[in-house]
Structure formats: structure tokens, C-alpha cells
Ligand binder design. Structure first.
Ligand code: NAD
Length: 491
């Protein structure tokens, strides 16, 4: 098994602990590589390296030169997309088709934010005081800690690294302990593109051992986090102690709402893609299907018919549609929720347990599961499962659909299926979610802001909004009158 090293200050290094841990292939449930077990001394070294780069070579580069490096990196990722997607698929069990799509798309973030790097401009303020010139500068924050989840390792990191670097910050990135391997291959590309040493550092390991000292390090100026809301809440508390800004991209319990005037075949596909694509392991999973009562019975039948055709198996096989769950704890958690839903009285119409199909091998597979007769107050309708488990809830009218959809602590995304423009606009205005899709689902772009309402997060990734998350504004005052005013009053 390959024993990997961490990237600190432009060098590939062993962990200070001298320990490595195994990362498992979710399809075989067997170890396939060794990940350095980072700890506080590694974090300290990485933050020092990032701080040194921030104050040194990186700062001296023009914004145009920074942008050029980001675009070069985009080209390198494009040329390595196949290899990177195979690593991701092996390490986290997500479908090769999905990971290949992500890796082919990731360069766009580096092109877009590379292009933005030299378009970050301040303003001249037509100040109300005579004899004074006032302008603003948009400046980077310093060292950014990027902490990511396991479900789309390089995409989630890209959403942080591209705007953070474009804005002139340096980064220490801690990938998830469950899916670190693609980070090492990614790190090599930063080197190859010619980023100065220390601009991007990678420290691997566990939350308490790496994430915690990183979050609390006094020289870390900002924390950009993707993960569960409980961890996000903890990180927010740590950040508060250091008065550090955060971007938090957290979980969801998104509603996919189908009205009786919808194109039903499209809506059925949209609901299936919302919950069974990526084995339901996506923050934007449409884990609640809200179905208009006049079409409820027909919709459920059509949904079952399509969902039952899902091919499970090896995620590296391009024909596979539902792969394994990434981690054993997550597998157990999904099975627990299925049991809880049954105990609460939800009716299991499909799946409802571990997948024992021969094509699933020894992997952690859960049968795509559909519950009907779900009541909005049940746990299965409120808590994030992060797996292929759908709760179906009927509704009578728009007001009831909105009440059910918004009655959650989360607010990441929502889907609306209707042919009525009035309904589409009404729902998109009143749904409490950072993203609303109408007659589509699971669409993201480097150009469009992404983030959560309520417990789904703070801040936005992608688009113009994202770069502002990594900048701070300085106001500069210059006296041009030359006569010192009365020193005892405010000017
Ligand atoms: P998690 O919260 O368990 O872990 C996320 C990261 O935080 C990991 O790198 C982990 O090591 C680190 N961490 C854990 N404890 C820490 C601590 N005390 N201090 C600092 N870092 C710590 O989440 P997960 O299980 O890896 O990912 C699944 C969750 O991520 C789901 O809730 C999902 O909805 C969410 N997610 C959100 C988005 C989004 O953009 N909103 C995208 C993907 C996943």
C-alpha cells in the first residue's frame, strides 16, 4: 500500500507523529492506501509556511500573475481528470461517471476565479469632507483554513481554494480522513503549476487532531468549512473565540415538490436523481419528496418503477448507477434511520435494508429505499440521513407545501416541478433555501452562488459572491488640503 506524505511549505513530509492510518475502498471494504496522521506540530508548521508565503513571495506577485497560475492549474487538472476521478471513485466509492463529470468541470472554477483575480477593485468615495481623498482597497485576509467533507473531495476543496487564492490568501487544507488520497495528487499539480512553496499546504488526519488546532491557530485568519451542522456549530464557536470569519457549508433536508401540473416523467427523474444519485450522499439530496395529492398515487407508482431499475455495483464500472456508502459509520447510520422510520410508522415501499446483491461484493451497500405515509413530524422527515432514503409526504395546496418544506432547521436547496410560471415564482420566493431549482435538480455552476439558509450554513461559494468571502475592505484617507485641522475635534 502506498504510504503518502503531506504537503507543507512546498515539501512532501512525513507526519510528526510517525503514524499513518489506512483508508478503505468502500466497494471492497479493504484498505488500499496509507494516510499520514497529522497532528498539532504539523498544523503549526503548515500555518507558519502559509503565513510566510502570504507575507513573502505570494504577496509580491501581481494579481494578473496569480490569475495566470490559477488558470495553469486548471489546465493541469483537465489533463489529469481521468486519473483524479479514478482515485476519488476508489477512495470514496462515488460513481466514476459522477467523479469524471466533477473533475472535468473543476478546471472551470480555476479559470473563472483566475480571471477574477485582477478584477478585484476598490472604490473612490466622493467623501463629504473637503480637502480629503478617500478610497478603499480590497485586501486578502491571510491564511485560510479549508476543512472539507468526504463526499466530493476535490470539488469541495476547489470551491474554497479557487476564490481564496484568487483573492491573494494562502491556504492550509485538511481533507476528510475518509477521502484524503486525491488531495495528494491535487497537491502535486499546484507544485507543477508553479505556485510558490507554502501557498497551498495539505495536512491530513482527524478532526480533533488536525481540524481543531487548525481552527484555533492564532495565525489562521478565516475558516472555510464543509461538513455536518454539528461540526459546523463547533467550528463556529471556536472561530468566535478568535473573532474569525467563517464560511460554513453544512447539511440539508431539501424538499423536492411536485405539483399536479408538472411534466410527470421529468419530475420522476428529478426526484430519483435528487435522492439516489451519489447514493444520497450529497448535501443537496432531495430527501423529502412532497407530492400534490391529486397525482400522489400515480407518482409513487411511476417513481417506484424507475427507482427499481437502478443498477448497483462497482463504482468504477461506468454502467453502475448506485454505488456503496463511503464509510462504515455512515452505512450504520443510514440503517439506523431506516429502522427508526419503520418504528415511527412510515411505510417502506422499496428497499429498507442492506443490499445483498452479488454485484455489491463486500462493500457497504444500502438498498435504495422509499418510504410513504411519512408525517412531517417524524425524525426521518427532519434529520439528515445522507444516504439513499426518500421520504414521501403528500400535500394539498401551495401553502401546505411551503409550510412542510420550510418546517426544517435546514435550508440548503429545494426543487419545484410545475408548468405554471406564477407557481414557480411564488415558490422560489417563499422557499427558505439558498438554491431553488424549477423543473431541474442538482445543477451547480462556478458562476452561481451556492450556500445555505438557517442551519445549512453561512456564506456563499462560487460566483462573484464567493470572492468577497476571502476579502476585507480597507478605507484609506489622505489629506490633500495641507492645513492641519483643530486636533481636539473629529475631522
Ligand atoms: P463532518 O462534519 O463529520 O466532517 C467534515 C470535516 O470536518 C472533516 O474533514 C472532519 O475531519 C472535520 N472535523 C471533524 N471534527 C472537527 C473539529 N472538531 N474541528 C475541525 N474539523 C473537524 O462531515 P462529513 O461526515 O465528512 O460530511 C458529511 C456532511 O457534510 C453532511 O452533513 C453534508 O450535508 C455536509 N456537506 C455539505 C455540503 C455543502 O456544500 N453544504 C457539501 C457536502 C457535504
Amino acid at each position: 500500500m502506498k504510504k503518502h506524505q503531506m504537503l507543507i511549505g512546498g515539501k512532501w513530509v512525513d507526519p510528526a507523529s510517525g503514524d499513518w492510518f489506512e483508508t478503505l475502498n468502500p466497494f471492497t471494504a479493504k484498505p488500499w492506501a496509507l494516510v499520514p496522521r497529522g497532528s498539532k506540530p504539523d498544523v503549526d508548521r503548515a500555518v507558519e509556511a502559509a503565513d510566510c508565503a502570504y507575507r513573502g513571495e505570494w504577496r509580491k506577485l501581481t494579481a494578473t500573475a496569480r490569475g495566470a497560475l490559477l488558470r495553469k492549474l486548471g489546465d493541469l487538472i483537465a489533463s489529469e481528470a481521468q486519473r483524479l476521478s479514478e482515485i476519488e471513485s476508489t477512495d470514496n466509492g462515488k460513481l466514476i461517471a459522477e467523479m469524471r463529470g466533477q473533475l472535468n468541470y473543476i478546471p472551470q472554477w480555476f479559470y473563472y476565479f483566475g480571471g477574477l483575480a485582477d478584477k478585484i477593485e476598490g472604490r473612490v468615495i466622493p467623501i463629504d469632507k473637503p480637502g480629503v481623498f478617500n478610497f478603499t482597497r480590497e485586501e486578502p485576509l491571510g491564511v485560510v483554513a479549508a476543512i472539507t467533507a468526504w463526499n466530493s473531495p476535490l470539488l469541495l476543496a476547489t470551491w474554497k481554494l479557487a476564490p481564496a487564492l484568487a483573492a491573494g490568501n494562502t491556504v492550509v487544507w485538511k481533507p476528510s480522513e475518509y477521502s484524503s488520497i486525491s488531495a495528494f495528487a491535487f497537491g502535486e499539480l499546484f507544485e507543477k503549476a508553479g505556485f510558490p512553496p507554502g501557498v497551498v499546504n495539505i495536512v491530513t488526519g482527524f478532526g480533533p487532531e488536525v481540524g481543531e488546532p487548525l481552527t484555533t491557530h492564532p495565525k489562521v485568519a478565516k475558516i472555510a468549512f464543509t461538513g455536518g451542522d454539528k461540526t459546523g456549530e463547533h467550528i463556529y464557536q471556536m472561530a468566535a473565540k478568535g473573532i474569525k470569519p467563517v464560511t460554513l457549508e453544512l447539511g440539508g433536508k431539501s424538499a423536492n415538490i411536485v405539483f399536479d401540473d408538472a411534466e410527470l416523467d421529468d419530475a420522476v427523474k428529478g426526484v430519483v436523481s435528487g435522492i439516489f444519485a451519489a447514493t444520497g450522499q450529497t448535501c443537496i439530496a432531495g430527501s423529502r419528496a412532497l407530492i400534490h395529492r391529486p397525482i400522489y398515487a400515480e407518482f409513487v407508482e411511476r417513481l417506484l418503477a424507475l427507482a427499481k431499475t437502478a443498477r448497483m455495483g462497482d463504482p468504477l464500472d461506468p454502467g453502475t448507477q448506485v454505488g456503496p456508502v463511503t464509510t462504515q459509520p455512515q452505512y450504520n447510520k443510514i440503517l439506523d434511520y431506516i429502522r427508526i422510520a419503520k418504528e415511527e410508522g412510515a411505510v417502506c415501499r422499496m428497499g429498507g435494508g442492506p443490499a445483498k446483491r452479488p454485484e455489491c461484493g463486500a462493500g457497504w451497500f444500502v438498498e435504495p429505499t422509499i418510504f410513504t405515509d411519512v408525517k412531517p413530524e417524524m425524525r426521518i422527515a427532519n434529520e439528515e440521513v445522507f444516504g439513499p432514503v426518500l421520504s414521501i409526504i403528500p400535500f394539498d395546496d401551495e401553502e401546505e407545501a411551503l409550510r412542510i418544506a420550510n418546517n426544517t432547521v435546514y435550508g440548503l436547496a429545494a426543487g419545484v416541478w410545475t408548468k405554471s410560471i406564477r407557481r414557480a415564482l411564488l415558490m422560489s420566493e417563499r422557499l427558505e433555501a439558498g438554491t431553488v431549482w424549477v423543473n431541474t435538480y442538482r445543477a451547480v455552476s462556478y458562476m452561481s452562488p451556492f450556500g445555505g439558509y438557517k442551519r445549512s450554513g453561512i456564506g456563499r461559494e462560487s460566483g462573484l459572491d464567493a470572492i468577497r468571502e476571502y476579502l476585507q475592505t480597507k478605507s484609506v484617507w489622505i489629506d490633500i488640503a495641507g492645513n492641519a485641522p483643530n486636533p481636539f475635534v473629529m475631522r
